[in-house]
Write a protein that binds this ligand. Structure first.
Ligand SMILES: [Zn+2]
Length: 87
């Protein structure tokens, strides 16, 4: 079955697991819209490597279903503003 034969509007989303390994692939999830072969669909989508931990894949699957983070993550300190302990 080719991508042109599939009516993606009948699905909740598209999951792409690539055979890339070693954290070289994007890890991404979106509630949509998703564009496939030039056509936009009101569905979610996600991309991950096949060797990502399942909790990270599930995290992005949640984004593809419209879930957002339940809390803010603190900003990472920049190297110039990070405090250093005295010793
Ligand atoms: Zn997230």
């Amino acid at each position: 079955m080719a991508k042109g034969d599939v009516d993606f509007s009948k699905f909740a989303g598209v999951v792409v697991l690539t055979n890339a390994t070693g954290f070289n692939e994007d890890l991404y999830g979106t509630p949509g819209p998703v564009t496939i072969a030039g056509k936009s669909y009101a569905i979610g989508g996600m991309v991950a490597e096949e060797d990502k931990p399942m909790n990270e894949i599930f995290h992005e699957a949640g984004h593809s279903l419209g879930l957002v983070h339940s809390r803010m993550t603190p900003p990472r300190p920049s190297p110039t503003t990070a405090t250093r302990g005295t010793s």
